[in-house]
Write a new protein. Structure first.
Length: 185
């Protein structure tokens, strides 16, 4: 395997982010007999924001999944996880925010991580959240070790996660991704 080249990485990121952001969004709303022009407009705003948030989550998976030694598993990988690094022995289930998962989906994600850990004891299994509730808590970051049915899973939040993955490239990568998102929106 060759050495990591950040310029090549940035070229890949720009291509992938532009594809994600240029995808057509649906604006079909569910019918409600009590809808008014005002409520329909509000529902459209909410739908567009939800779609934007989903694209941002997908962008983060691309950003981490194309970084040095990491692989974006996309949809359909046998593990059901988001990102894997065989060279660094890291498996990640990634969420954009700490409130992205409801109870049942969080349980499902911890099940996937614990199953992967059982089959691959040498791996660090991470439930990662890019953003916390506030700017301060995101920038500070947080790391917790969770025992899930006896299996150790690391919960990394904010800069704790980003610095773990990107190290000294963290700020450079965040600034690049912000610039590319602005360029294509």
């Amino acid at each position: 395997m060759g050495s990591f080249n950040i310029e090549n990485y940035f070229n890949i990121l720009e291509q992938e982010i532009s594809k994600i952001l240029s995808r057509k969004e649906k604006d079909l709303l569910t019918f409600d007999i009590l809808d008014t022009e005002k409520s329909i407009n509000n529902k459209l705003i909410a739908l567009r924001e939800k779609q934007r948030q989903m694209k941002i989550g997908e962008i983060w998976q691309v950003v981490i999944g194309n970084y040095d030694g990491f692989e974006n598993l996309k949809i359909g990988h046998e593990s059901g996880l988001d990102i894997l690094s065989t060279s660094k022995k890291i498996a990640i289930e990634l969420k954009n925010r700490t409130n992205t998962d409801n109870y049942s989906s969080k349980k499902s994600n911890f099940d996937k991580l614990s199953n992967y850990k059982k089959a691959n004891q040498e791996y660090i299994c991470i439930y990662g959240n890019i953003n916390s509730k506030t700017e301060k808590s995101t920038l500070k970051g947080r790391k917790k070790i969770i025992k899930y049915y006896g299996i150790e899973i690391e919960h990394l939040i904010g800069y704790e996660l980003l610095f773990f993955i990107f190290g000294t490239d963290t700020s450079c990568i965040i600034n690049f991704v912000k610039k590319i998102i602005d360029k294509y929106t």
